[in-house]
Design a protein around this ligand. Structure first.
Ligand code: 6GU
Length: 272
């Protein structure tokens, strides 16, 4: 897979040399090219921003450098495999989810346009949207100073899904948010040696060797953690996601099925 990043802070993307993404690049599984937007400015001060039409605080990124940069980057690629996806990080975008990461990981070429200031002149997004697949994406409900950190987040989430990037093909089967058996549940706690640390023991079931009991315990822990940290995921789950034992565990955690079969908080907590 190829990824291009156009930014006024190329050094902000240096973490892409490290760890999982760095290794995927070194192995040739991922071709990441970082470009300095200021290379496509023509004035002495390499100006990339200007005051907003209509007034207001802050500055807006000028359209000309972005247009020249994106034309150059897009022209450098082949026309095979359906063309690039332009990923535009913005707090006003659609949420970046595991589902979107899976979709983008199946595309051959992604171009990221992290902005600073109040964002990029709208005409740039509109112009490219007329010619290619443009996704405005937010990584969460908070405001960052620029799109570079979101690009690091998205590149890592996508790169680990590429074939051969994670050591073990099983590794993302049980991911929180992955489709499948644990669909929509958070992962439970994990333990390793030593068996006792600061007087704290590893849960007995995990050293029992009973694979059935271990699987059930992990499922209950996932339900417990999801109920505690993300009750919205329990409430939004399809009723078919929960089996008989799940339903008993959910009842202990204070959940009951409503008229539509979906779970909601029970008015009366179940007595111990
Ligand atoms: Cl993609 N950009 C910025 N600047 N802030 C954000 C964001 C993106 N996602 C959440 N907050």
């Amino acid at each position: 897979m190829r990824m291009d990043v156009v930014t006024i802070f190329p050094e902000y993307l240096e973490p892409l040399d490290v760890s999982l993404v760095g290794k995927a690049r070194a192995r040739g599984q991922l071709d990441v090219r970082v470009h300095d937007l200021r290379a496509w400015t023509h004035d002495r001060h390499h100006t990339v921003d200007d005051t907003p039409y209509g007034g207001g605080p802050g500055m807006v990124m000028k359209p000309e450098p972005w247009g020249e940069a994106l034309d150059a980057v897009l022209a450098s690629g082949g026309s095979g495999d359906g063309g690039p996806v332009l990923v535009v990080p913005t707090p006003s975008g659609r949420p970046f989810t595991q589902e979107l990461a899976v979709e983008l990981a199946a595309r051959p070429w992604l171009v990221f346009t992290p902005a600073r200031y109040e964002g990029i002149d709208r005409r740039v997004i509109d112009d490219y949207a007329a010619r290619c697949d443009v996704r405005e994406v937010s990584i969460g409900d908070y405001v960052l100073a620029g799109g570079e950190a979101p690009v690091l987040v998205m590149v890592e989430a996508i790169a680990r899904l590429l074939p051969g990037v994670l050591g073990n093909a099983e590794s993302h089967r049980d991911d929180s948010f992955a489709p499948g058996a644990m669909a929509g549940l958070l992962e439970g706690p994990v333990y390793t040696k030593p068996p006792v640390w600061r007087g704290r023991e590893v849960p007995e079931v995990l050293v029992s060797g009973h694979h059935g009991r271990i699987g059930r315990w992990r499922r209950d822990e996932a339900l417990r953690r999801t109920s505690e940290n993300r009750p919205d995921l329990v409430a939004g789950a399809e009723p078919e996601a929960f089996g008989t034992h799940d339903r008993a565990t959910l009842a202990e955690l204070g959940w009951e099925p409503g008229p539509d079969g979906r779970f909601g908080r029970s008015s009366r907590p179940v007595e111990e």
